[in-house]
Design a protein around this ligand. Structure first.
Ligand code: ADP
Ligand code: MG
Length: 702
């Protein structure tokens, strides 16, 4: 049961439970803010001690209030919260903001108390923000709700903010006021007993005041739900996030490659990227990109034009753009010709366009118009250093005249002191975001451009891959019935499972004893690959258990004898359960495909270079399942050794479509069978015509 959040953001009336008279305490500040910011609804103080709070008649309990109450803000000791929450429930309150601390963050008793609070809220259909939070704020002039104890109220604008930490929330509201970032609403979710970041995304998705969503989170809460929601919302509203508290996943008890390779932060990065969430490292960067996306169009591509009146900053900006994945390409010839017509001979019309110190406001206006009209350009960065001749405010006016209504974003960086504060104010009021230094502007543009690339993608409709689910279920049921309950599937079951999901495997046969091997070799065909089968020996090569390219019966018999001798020498003769004969796959690149189940994120699918190189180079990338065709294509391009897939040094050019399809099939296999906790295909040999899994390990849990 989840009631909507409307009463939280747009309550008609608010009760402050625990409102205090004396300014300076948290409860007094919350009540003061509600009164002073111009809240458009009614506010009621509830106080057990005082009949009047800050000149307003107070009530001894929420139930004594004669009118309806939509939202109650609780600022009382933790042990009194439950009783107050019950009273709110009886009163018909729709939402609670519990600012009080002393809950889940304090230990087992607090955890239990928090659970009781949630249970109480559920009984009455109330939503809960917090506990242990800073509160909720809605800056829309028709609402002006400030149920926080923050000292500053931000200007109204298109940025919604969610902060897990209350302290950081205070800092964020301060900074918003300082840099003039317009906020639609703000929520500090604290211990997140009920309302989570995903809930807020859902609300802001349909909130007409909100254009961009900024999140400060220490963890993703319910990652799967967060992912699904973020993926949907980011298609039309950008989401940017700072995630701190990169808790180490700790040593994973994983016996295969995939589990050991996928760390928690890898998962977080992969998941956020897949959902179109822009990740930043600092709050400042979060604001930098948030303000750009809130007031300017999303860049169509990474190509930036730089317009400047000074060479040095132009070069700095160029470097900053290029190192962040933006391009500063030469301008189209017609643009250059048009610029040359009026700019002095000493000016440079390449990119950056350096109009030199004599540039006037009119030059800025004409040039910016030309750059925005250049079809090869996706965004423009305007740099201005105050010389003696030109007034900064005039240039700012010129810039906003052109930028307003432009379908391409303009970012600005005005340096110097003369007249700059007025210019910055003018730019801000007209929605052109300004940055103190070119690097910050470049970083924001680069992040916005990456978001643009994500959003432009046509959501890949996953063609339903045809698989044989009942065959797969049969294999897994057999495995479960086995008395020993071996966790690793036998080679034969692995093959059947992969086959059921259309994952290509080589022709193969399992044999017991040398004569059986010789007689089955005919089915596989020479030259062949010979491998030991053992449920206790996981890495076959380590014990000399793989022989590649046996050409005839004689070589096969010799290999068999050698294997027996080697195991005997190791004292492991009893572990030989049989041998696997396989078709030899030649002319390919060894890659790695794996899946591992993460407790929080569900299955992660990995791709990298295979064989030995997996462990040596750790050149593996991960995405959360379900993997889309776009995700899979991204994965192929994201490994450092991607050149090896494209005919590096006269090597084979592999068929990428086959690898993409194999990744999709693996993703579907683990999605549909959550009991498969580890799957390692290593190597998958990628050739110019296909991709074949020649070695596979699959582990399941009951
Ligand atoms: P393990 O990983 O247990 O040591 P593999 O089955 O992966 O054993 O074999 C080790 C190596 O032998 C592979 O990395 C690959 O180079 C090669 N190999 C294995 N099977 C084949 C095959 N069917 N065709 C070609 N090469 C193979
Ligand atoms: Mg292997």
């Amino acid at each position: 049961m989840t009631a909507p959040l409307h009463s939280l953001f747009r309550p008609r009336s608010v009760a402050v439970i625990g409102a205090a008279r004396r300014r300076g305490s948290i409860s007094a500040e919350v009540f003061h803010n509600l009164l002073e910011r111009g809240f458009q609804g009614a506010v009621y103080p509830v106080s057990a001690r005082s009949a009047v709070v800050q000149s307003v008649r107070a009530y001894p309990s929420v139930e004594a209030i004669p009118d309806d109450v939509d939202l109650a803000v609780l600022v009382i000791p933790a042990r009194e919260v439950l009783i107050a929450a019950e009273a709110c429930g009886r009163k018909g309150v729709r939402a609670l903001v519990v600012i009080s601390a002393g809950f889940g963050e304090t230990g087992p008793e607090g955890v239990a108390l928090q659970a009781e609070l949630v249970a109480c809220a559920e009984r009455y259909g109330m939503r809960v923000v917090g506990p242990n939070c800073l509160g909720v704020l809605n800056a829309n002039p028709e609402v002006r709700l400030d149920a926080t104890f923050a000292p500053h109220f931000p200007p109204f604008g298109g940025v919604a903010v969610c902060s897990q930490s209350g302290a950081l929330g205070l800092a964020i509201l301060d900074l918003a006021k300082e840099v003039g970032m317009g906020v639609s609403s703000f929520v500090s979710i604290g211990n997140r007993a009920d309302v989570s970041a995903a809930d807020l995304l859902e609300y802001w998705e349909h909130d007409p005041d909100t254009k961009v969503i900024l999140l400060y989170l220490e963890n993703l809460g319910e990652p799967r739900r967060f992912m699904e929601t973020a993926r949907r919302v980011s298609r039309h509203k950008p989401i940017a996030l700072v995630k701190s508290g990169r808790t180490e996943a700790g040593r994973r008890a994983a016996s295969s490659h995939t589990g050991a390779l996928a760390g928690l932060d890898v998962a977080v990065d992969a998941v956020l990227g897949q959902c179109g969430v822009v990740r930043t490292d600092t709050i400042h960067e979060l604001f930098d990109v948030g303000m750009l996306l809130a007031s300017q169009p999303v860049p169509a591509g990474p190509r930036v034009a730089i317009l400047t009146n000074a060479g040095g900053p132009g070069i700095m900006a160029t470097d900053a753009c290029e190192t962040r994945g933006l391009a500063v390409p030469p301008l189209a010839e017609p643009t250059r010709a048009a610029l040359r017509e009026y700019l002095p001979a000493a000016a440079s019309v390449g990119n950056p366009v350096d109009m030199i110190a004599s540039a006037t406001a009119e030059d800025y206006e004409r040039s910016l118009r030309l750059l925005l009209a250049d079809e090869t350009i996706g965004s423009v960065l305007v740099l201005f250093v105050t010389p003696i001749v030109t007034a900064a405010l005039d240039v700012a006016r010129a810039v906003t005249r052109v930028a307003e209504g432009s379908p391409k974003p303009v970012a600005a960086c005005f340096m110097g002191s003369q007249g700059v504060p007025e210019a910055l104010e003018h730019l801000r009021q007209h929605g052109v975001v300004t940055y103190a230094f070119p690097e910050a502007a470049a970083a924001a543009l680069a992040r916005a451009a990456r978001y643009g690339v994500y959003r432009e993608r046509v959501p890949a409709l996953l063609p339903p891959l045809s698989v044989d689910r009942s065959a797969a279920q049969g294999v897994l049921a057999e495995q479960l019935q086995e008395e020993t309950g071996a966790r690793w599937l036998s080679p034969e079951r692995v093959r059947r499972l992969l086959e059921a999901y259309g994952i290509p495997t080589p022709r193969q046969a399992v044999a017991h004893g040398v004569d059986d091997a010789v007689s089955k070799a005919g089915r596989v065909g020479y030259p062949l690959v010979f491998k030991l089968v053992s449920s206790t020996i996981l890495h076959k090569s380590d014990v000399g258990g793989v022989r590649v390219g046996l050409r005839d019966e004689q070589e096969l018999r010799a290999a068999y004898a050698e294997l027996e001798a080697r195991l005997a020498a190791l004292g492991r003769a009893g572990e030989l359960e049989g041998v696997l004969l396989q078709e030899l796959v030649t002319g390919g690149v060894e890659t790695f495909v794996g899946a591992t189940r993460d407790e929080q994120f569900g299955h992660l699918v990995g791709f990298g270079l295979g064989g030995l190189q997996v462990e040596l180079l750790r050149d593996v990338v991960f995405r959360a399942a379900p993997v889309s065709a776009d995700d899979a294509t991204d994965m192929l391009g994201a490994i450092r050794g991607k050149a090896l897939l494209e005919g590096f040094r006269s090597g084979p050019v592999v068929k990428k479509a086959a690898l993409v399809e194999l990744l999709l099939r693996v993703s579907q296999l683990v999605e549909e069978h959550p009991e498969l906790v580890e799957l390692d295909l290593n190597p998958v040999i990628a050739t110019p015509t296909g991709a074949i899994a020649v070695d596979a390990r699959i582990r399941m849990v009951r």
